[in-house]
Design a protein around this ligand. Structure first.
Ligand SMILES: Nc1ncnc2c1ncn2[C@@H]1O[C@H](COP(=O)(O)OP(=O)(O)O)[C@@H](O)[C@H]1O
Ligand SMILES: O=P(O)(O)OC[C@H]1O[C@](O)(COP(=O)(O)O)[C@@H](O)[C@@H]1O
Length: 324
């Protein structure tokens, strides 16, 4: 294998740049020609493929976002789109791919590999941490630290005004961010897509905690089955029906996806990037390079996509115990 290309796809995540840097420099170290594909799978289809020398990844290890840009590509979901993508790779002589993204990105990579056989290895890049085959995903640590900083600030106001705050964090299908922020931010309760929490339980919890506390914070993952934090707040407010209680909502949104990656994310990203390139050189394909118990582990895309990584039950219990 002589030419490897790297792309970032799906949502961006802090640490993706550190991963791109590791991919490019590991490849060059081993005598490969390295290429960057802009805008994920869309760029593959559009032929936005550029050679990357070592200096192309200078001064990016500390930066959020992704210098290769990211996209969610509808065209790549079609057979015609993937055929054009393959032709573009052929045109540039690309023999291997590193795809940095989440489970959608890996689903696309798997379909593409099965159709055209271009060896591909993924690196887990999503703030949601919802990927089987790695203890943590690139961007998760930064996202929870960003969210925690925001929650700490909101708690100041909550405490000063005796308010009940519903804080929405990201996590379309996953409650990892909510759970970590809930625990670290001292929340009364977390509401996540993986477990059912009824409005009745929320109301009872708030009534109970108001006996000992004057302010409360409830962290809601955006994908919770009861709806958004704003919707949940309205419903709870209506049930409690007490004008003396002051309810507020804050949706943290995309601040969680930006910013300089933490040291942990830079380390994880660099290790996964190197492992992806060395995996390709050693004949691995159709799998993701992740880190489990501090060791590099290659997990098939099939498993990454189909197997779930359950939330730690002890952590959920801990939140309940610590919020009495
Ligand atoms: N079944 C599929 N077939 C082909 N491509 C897919 C498929 N699922 C996802 N993709 C591609 O992967 C991209 C990224 O997936 P998405 O779910 O948006 O983000 P993430 O990788 O962060 O989970 C999609 O925009 C699409 O181009
Ligand atoms: O910016 P967008 O495209 O609306 O994406 C929002 C989504 O991005 C995430 O932060 C991460 O999603 P991905 O795993 O698809 O990258 C989700 O939690 C959130 O729902």
């Amino acid at each position: 294998m002589k030419k490897i290309a790297v792309l970032t796809s799906g949502g961006d995540a802090p640490g993706m740049n550190a991963c791109i840097r590791a991919v490019v420099r590991t490849g060059i170290f081993h005598g490969m020609e390295m290429y960057g594909i802009m805008y994920g799978y869309d760029g593959m289809i559009n032929g936005e493929i550029q050679k990357m020398e070592s200096h192309a990844v200078s001064n990016i290890v500390q930066r959020g976002g992704t210098i290769l840009k990211s996209a969610r590509s509808e065209k790549f979901r079609t057979k015609e789109g993937r055929k054009i993508a393959y032709e573009q790779l052929q045109k540039h002589g690309i023999e291997g791919l590193v795809a940095i993204g989440g489970d959608g990105t890996f689903t696309g990579a798997k379909v593409f590999y099965e159709e055209y056989g271009i060896p591909t290895i993924g690196c887990p890049g999503t703030i949601d941490n919802d990927i089987y085959g790695t203890d943590f995903t690139i961007g998760f640590d930064t996202a929870i630290n960003t969210a925690l900083e925001a929650i700490d600030k909101i708690r100041d106001t909550a405490a000063a005004h005796d308010r009940i705050f519903f804080i929405e964090v990201m996590g379309r299908d996953s409650g990892y961010i909510a759970v970590e922020c809930g625990l670290g931010g001292g929340a009364e309760m977390v509401m996540v897509p993986e477990t059912k929490t009824t409005l009745h339980e929320v109301v009872e919890k708030l009534k109970g905690s108001r006996k000992t506390k004057t302010s409360s914070v409830i962290v809601v993952a955006e994908g919770d089955e009861e709806g958004s934090a704003a919707e949940i707040m309205e419903k709870v407010k209506n049930i409690i029906n007490d004008d003396t209680k002051d309810f507020k909502v804050t949706t943290l949104g995309h601040i969680q996806r930006g910013g300089n990656p933490t040291g942990k994310d830079r380390m994880l990203a660099s290790r996964c990037g190197m492992a992806a390139v060395e995996g390709l050189m050693n004949g691995q394909a159709n799998c993701m390079a992740g880190i489990i118990h501090d060791e590099v582990v290659y997990t098939s895309f099939e498993d990454c996509i189909t197997k779930s990584k359950p939330l730690n039950k002890d952590t959920l219990k801990l939140i309940e115990i610590l919020s009495i």
